[in-house]
Design a protein around this ligand. Sequence first.
Ligand SMILES: *Cc1c(COP(=O)(O)O)cnc(C)c1O
Length: 460
Amino acid sequence: MDPEEFRKAGHQVVDWIADYLANIRDYPVLPVTSPGQLAASLPPSAPEAGEPIERILDDFAERILPHVNHWNHPRFHGYFSVSASGPGILGEMLMSALNVNAMLWKSCPAATELEQVTLEWLRQWLDLPVGWFGIIYDTASTSVMHAIAAAREAAFPENRTGGGLRDAVCYTSAHAHNSFEKGAISLGIGQRNVRLIGVDDNFAMRADLLAAAVEEDRQAGRKPFCVCATVGTTSTTAIDPVAAIADIAEAAGMWLHVDAAYAGPTAILPEMRQHFAGCERADSFVLNPHKWLFTPIDISVLYTRRPDILKRAFSLGAEYLKTAQDSSAVNYMDYGVQLGRRFRALKLWFVMRYFGREGISAILRDHLEFAQELAGWIRADSRFEVMAPVSFSLVCFRLTSSNEANQRLLDAINASGRAFLSHTVLNGIFTLRFAIGNIKTNRDDLAGTWSQIQQCAAAL
Ligand SMILES: *Cc1c(COP(=O)(O)O)cnc(C)c1O
């Protein structure tokens, strides 16, 4: 692609993105499509001869886009609502243009040092302990797997050379994200050695049940080595009692990981810090800037107070990767399974600088306030009930009716194309989840979606 052709197509693409973001409300939140429909509409094999970029761009708009879920839509409230902010998109574009590999300091000094600088800035905003080491992975699932690997390295150093992991057990709550179990399975801990601890009426881990499970395992000769507490669970944004869990972890010599993948950014707000009490005692802590920090997917940040252990778990020192700076600079490849790494810090740097702490705080406060407002409307309508405490920006609610009626309500809302919600099941009860977190969501969107929900309920 010659420079002039690139320039012309590049301008077209930027114009398209600007229009797309400006007119995002005109798109249906969800596509009307079914499995295999898009695939069947595309050629079964790639072209032999190259095609003009105009044709590819046309096909993107006409063939691909109709099958896209618009995660950027301000009425996308399923799962957790995320945002590709303007500065984040620009950072992402430059990141792919540079195409550096951030495996070693020497392989791109800027990528390594900007990762250190942005994560230190973010650590300060979040009020996490001075000196914590930060590293960027793709997702929280990858981050937690590395946290468990570090915990394993700390407790079973012989595992590195092939020694067994006999009787290793780890703990999280029955409401934790299943990436913890997946990580434990991947690392050879085994699913049956992951204890899912029961929760209280607010869906938070019961510390007394954790203590009892740890004691029972010790009595049986097993080796508790890791516990994961969650601040903001995926189902309901419940908050585990991190300080009490830290007491148990310390007494048992276990690694404490805190999963704040979604709720973590709210630690920027002094009035929300109460929810993070005890996190300063964690061995590792994760949050996803791609969830609620307005940075495009993917970027997850893991902090640890014990980078030496993480490094011991993952560094090998191959001759062809040795550099003169190995003793004076961080080589991020030594802290994970990946060798090649993207320059993800660049987009986070764009976002943090563009909005500043004040800008980000204002958006987060809006979202927290919207959630309280919505919960108020739901409580004021006697057909509905709120199903879990609203501590962050997720509202769990349902019709006071059968599971089947609630499933039909959810289907009707989502089929309208005007909004997207997802669901969870709480103690056997089908519950709708309304997650707020998109940078464009405003009061009109919120009120519009709520009246849409009310209309769908009336039509049932
Ligand atoms: C979303 C989420 C995860 C998984 O995040 P990925 O980055 O998609 O792997 C883990 N834990 C919690 C609490 C989450 O909300």
